[in-house]
Design a protein around this ligand. Structure first.
Ligand code: FAD
Ligand code: MG
Length: 354
């Protein structure tokens, strides 16, 4: 018996086993929304990893929030109109390029410079207070919307190689015209999910002699990341909210391994004024909440920030053009139209069950 125990512990040492994977759950808050995290890993490891995920989300918020004065995005915004522009870090330059490209490929339905119009609508206030108790003007005056629209337009954002002068930084520079602002509300949660995936891969992948499968599922507002697998091998199930009854699901996606599922809907942040619903996804062509005939768009992709930007873009574009944009980026899409019809790509049909 003693020998048997010795053998077991020796085997444990040799394979680096850290005990069986258990289910560890954590709830939190980041980026103005709720965080739900489930990790399947040996107990101590899961808890430590959950701390790291929360720290990473907080760091990403500090970097990207246009509400925090010292964030990278606020510093870029403060450089608007300045001849020297702003020196970007390599990673941020890459992200902003991709968001610029989605702006271009969606004909400006997604616009990384929409912030002045979003600020005018004061959408943040809708989340802070119960809509019933909102006071003052909610719907801005048409002339004000038109004026703010003159401070938007991704086409006028310029990037170029950094200066030779080291005091100005050697990285890539971004130049915003006077009065312009960047708003990563439509893509920042997806970017955060990309970073969490890199962390999970670093921590959970390739564990030699792993005693059980390791995996995790993160929910950050409307953004879901699945990674790895559960100890019992069962699939990840991601519910698709019914826009008509947000407490209910329209169906479920059955997924394995790594996936990003991102949803944009008109039921997430909105106010009702005189029977009309005003939601937080703005059509950059009009400066008003998009009215393209869809109530929600879900994108299934292998990159989080891209999926997030595309869910917003396709919401503004509507069913037909939204399908085309999703096909161009090779992502799967599910749209719920105003009359409750489901429009899906072929790949989405394979994983969706009513
Ligand atoms: P999405 O469709 O992904 O994005 C909609 C958001 O994108 C809008 O709210 C607007 O900001 C912007 N947008 C609207 N139309 C367009 C368009 N056509 N093109 C491009 N962008 C558009 N919420 C809080 O209440 N408090 C916070 O402190 C807070 N901090 C945040 C910090 C970060 C880094 C991020 C990423 C988000 C934060 N949020 C916060 C949430 C944020 O304000 C948005 O409500 C949220 O990101 C919307 O995500 P969504 O998935 O619902 O919609
Ligand atoms: Mg989005």
């Amino acid at each position: 018996m003693k020998n048997m125990l010795l053998l077991i512990s020796l085997a444990g040492l040799l394979c680096g086993c850290a005990g069986p994977a258990t289910k560890y759950e954590r709830a939190g808050v980041a980026m103005g929304t709720t965080v739900g995290l489930t990790i399947y890993a040996p107990a101590g490891e899961a808890e430590e990893l959950a701390d790291q995920v929360q720290d990473l989300l907080d760091e990403t918020e500090q970097e990207l929030s246009w509400r925090l004065q010292d964030s990278q995005i606020s510093r870029i915004n403060a450089s608007a109109g300045k001849q020297e522009g702003y020196d970007l870090s390599g990673e941020l330059a890459e992200h902003l390029h991709l968001l610029w490209q989605v702006s271009e490929d969606s004909d400006g339905a997604f616009d990384l410079t929409i912030a002045p119009v979003v600020r005018l609508w004061d959408i943040d206030r809708w989340a802070l207070e119960d809509a019933e108790h909102l006071t003052g003007e909610i719907v801005p005056d048409k002339a004000q919307v038109a004026q703010k629209l003159t401070l938007t337009g991704y086409e006028r954002v310029r990037f170029d190689e950094g200066s030779e002068d080291e005091t100005q930084g050697a990285g890539e520079r971004i130049y915003l015209p006077e009065g312009y602002m960047l708003d990563l509300g439509a893509a920042g949660k997806g970017l955060a999910c990309d970073r969490v995936l890199a962390l999970l891969e670093g921590r959970l992948q390739g564990q030699t002699g792993d005693p059980a499968a390791r995996g995790a599922i993160l929910s950050l507002g409307g953004n879901i990341l699945t990674y790895g697998s559960k100890p019992d091998g069962s699939a990840w199930k991601v519910g698709i909210t019914d826009p008509e009854n947000p407490g209910d699901y329209l169906g479920v996606l059955t997924l394995t391994g790594t996936n990003f599922v991102t949803t944009s809907g008109d039921y997430e942040r909105y106010v009702e004024v005189d029977g009309a619903r005003y939601h937080h996804i703005i059509d950059p062509a009009t400066g008003y909440p998009a009215d393209s005939g869809v109530r929600s768009v879900t994108i299934l992709s292998d990159r989080g920030m891209l999926g997030d930007a595309l869910s917003t873009a396709c919401f503004v574009l509507g069913a037909e053009k939204g399908m085309q944009l999703a096909a161009k980026y090779d992502v799967e899409i599910l749209m719920v139209t105003d009359d409750g019809e489901l429009v899906m790509s072929e790949g989405m049909k394979k994983v969706f069950t009513r």
